[in-house]
Design a binder for this molecule. Structure first.
Ligand SMILES: *[C@@H]1O[C@H](CO)[C@@H](O)[C@H](O)[C@H]1NC(C)=O
Ligand SMILES: *[C@@H]1O[C@H](CO)[C@@H](O)[C@H](O)[C@H]1NC(C)=O
Ligand SMILES: *[C@@H]1O[C@H](CO)[C@@H](O)[C@H](O)[C@H]1NC(C)=O
Ligand SMILES: *[C@@H]1O[C@H](CO)[C@@H](O)[C@H](O)[C@H]1NC(C)=O
Ligand SMILES: *[C@@H]1O[C@H](CO)[C@@H](O)[C@H](O)[C@H]1NC(C)=O
Ligand SMILES: *[C@@H]1O[C@H](CO)[C@@H](O)[C@H](O)[C@H]1NC(C)=O
Ligand SMILES: *[C@@H]1O[C@H](CO)[C@@H](O)[C@H](O)[C@H]1NC(C)=O
Ligand SMILES: *[C@@H]1O[C@H](CO)[C@@H](O)[C@H](O)[C@H]1NC(C)=O
Length: 419
């Protein structure tokens, strides 16, 4: 499946410039969303407060609070903190294939979109897993609707909740199209926005640039001088650095990716790719990789973000404590139709007619599908070093993860060589 990957670096060099703002795909329509404030995906206090109480909380901790320094070797699976402590990102949860939906709940309350429950989703073919283990979630693309009727779609949320981690999503396709507003995001338990929201993949219509957004409590701001390649989202011509969820019409603080292939038609046309979100003491960073440029360590299941290029978006801990502002996060996928962002921006999007008219014809939604290969969540595992707090971690249930991990054995032998 990834047999062409040895050429990763070459691809990176060749593909990135050709898909850039001045690149070969300039014939694609360029849509203008300036002046449209982007609301939170969360809307209404009725849903998510109850959400966390419905499901068992996954055991989670943020025990591995180790700063990463520069890696001794960019190609190693280890990362090193400034005290010489080394750690690996080890697999915590794998969501893929036939068991994918066992670990997600379906959200089916009222919304501008008609989110269906699990039985309806499965019986009407809006959620299923193919024989070759691709996970599909899609909007209804077969039913004609009278104007004013909500189109059926899917929103799911992981039962497990996380407090830090490395989240890696591999998709063949992400949803797009006029009137379509999909997202892959994480949402805190408890009271929004005080436990945070991280929007990792989000966009509307035929947009081409993914937008990463944070929504938090009052003490969190985006540091524009941090290292990331994207552009800070503006409100009224000013960079909007205030992440407080209740400010600015719930816009949060966001960063738009520079690449024209990070969302929509071009992203899907070249086979999708990988989105990664790293959340730890160093802050929260997001990367996106085209299919041809997925790092080998991601493909092999031994991710080492210290060897990846600069992230597309980052929230620096200097302006926002990534631990206190983000608590008990579930992972969410959804596909909304019209709604706050796609509905309010429709008139200036270049899409035909009105969003309400657009909703009627099922053939307008043939591209409103997630096709997911896998979602993997990794956690930090200390390997060596004088980290007093790590002792309790090693004697905890994570020990079985450790012992079960071929990664560790590979890691230890490598460590032996290094030392
Ligand atoms: C985008 O829209 C805004 C507000 O509608 C307008 O002021 C601006 O000139 C537009 N930019 C382009 C490049 O069309
Ligand atoms: C799912 O939704 C359908 C259609 O609204 C309804 O008939 C059914 O009872 C629901 N099933 C469950 C388990 O709630
Ligand atoms: C997070 O989850 C833990 C474990 O279930 C719970 O004790 C804690 O109150 C939750 N925190 C918030 C802010 O909801
Ligand atoms: C950005 O990256 C450069 C080069 O790696 C580094 O020197 C600088 O400290 C980084 N800045 C921040 C804010 O992390
Ligand atoms: C606000 O955040 C900063 C930086 O994360 C932190 O140093 C400060 O203690 C926080 N203040 C409050 C009132 O939480
Ligand atoms: C769906 O995607 C195909 C391939 O990019 C494109 O030709 C078609 O116009 C799209 N349809 C809609 C309704 O967006
Ligand atoms: C609906 O969309 C799926 C892709 O999600 C496509 O395979 C199918 O052909 C579409 N159905 C119709 C009737 O357009
Ligand atoms: C590691 O170094 C950092 C400063 O770089 C320090 O704050 C931290 O306490 C050190 N941790 C240990 C376990 O020595």
């Amino acid at each position: 499946m990834y047999s062409h990957l040895p050429a990763t670096l070459l691809h990176l060099l060749l593909v990135l410039p050709s898909l850039g703002p001045n690149g070969a795909v300039s014939a694609l329509p360029s849509l203008n969303f300036s002046g449209v404030s982007i609301p939170s995906l969360w809307n209404g206090d009725r849903r998510d407060a109850g959400w966390s109480s419905l499901f068992p909380h996954a055991a989670s901790s943020h025990g591995f609070r180790v700063k990463r320094g520069s890696s001794a070797s960019g190609s190693s699976s280890f990362e090193y903190d400034q005290n010489g402590t080394s750690f690996l990102w080890v697999i915590q949860d794998t969501y893929e294939g036939q068991s994918f939906f066992d670990r997600f709940g379906f959200y089916s309350d009222l919304d501008p979109t008609h989110y269906v429950n699990s039985s309806t989703a499965f019986s009407s073919g809006l959620a299923y897993v193919t024989n070759d283990n691709k996970v599909i979630m899609k909007g209804d693309n077969t039913t004609w609707l009278p104007q004013g009727t909500d189109r059926s779609s899917v929103r799911v949320s992981s039962y497990a909740q996380y407090n830090t981690g490395l989240f890696i999503l591999d998709v063949d396709r992400a949803p797009w199209g006029c009137g379509v507003w999909p997202a892959f995001w994480t949402l805190g338990g408890g009271t929004w926005p005080y436990t945070g929201e991280i929007d990792i993949v989000e966009g509307v219509h035929d947009n081409q640039h993914n937008q990463v957004t944070w929504h938090t409590g009052e003490n969190c701001s985006l540091t524009p001088s941090a290292n990331f390649t994207g552009t800070v989202v503006q409100t009224n011509g000013q960079d909007n650095l205030d992440c407080y969820g209740n400010s600015n019409n719930n816009a949060g603080c966001g960063i738009t990716e520079w690449s024209r292939a990070s969302y929509g038609p071009t992203f899907d046309a070249q086979g999708g790719g990988v989105f990664a979100m790293k959340w730890d003491d160093e802050g929260i960073a997001v990367w996106s990789f085209y299919r041809a440029a997925v790092p080998a360590d991601v493909v092999s299941g031994q991710p080492d973000p210290s060897g990846w290029p600069e992230p597309v978006a980052a929230l620096d801990p200097a302006g926002c404590d990534p631990i206190t502002n983000f608590v008990n996060h579930s992972i969410v996928f959804d596909i909304t139709f019209c709604g706050d962002w796609a509905g309010n921006s429709y008139a200036t999007s270049g899409c035909p007619g009105t969003c309400a008219e657009r909703l009627m014809d099922p053939s307008n939604f043939v591209n409103a599908s997630w096709i997911i290969n896998s979602l993997k969540v990794y956690k930090k595992q200390i390997i060596s070093g004088r980290v007093s707090g790590a002792i309790s971690q090693l004697s905890s249930p994570s020990l079985s993860v450790l012992l079960g991990s071929t990664l560790l054995f590979a890691g230890l032998s490598l460590l032996g060589l290094v030392l």
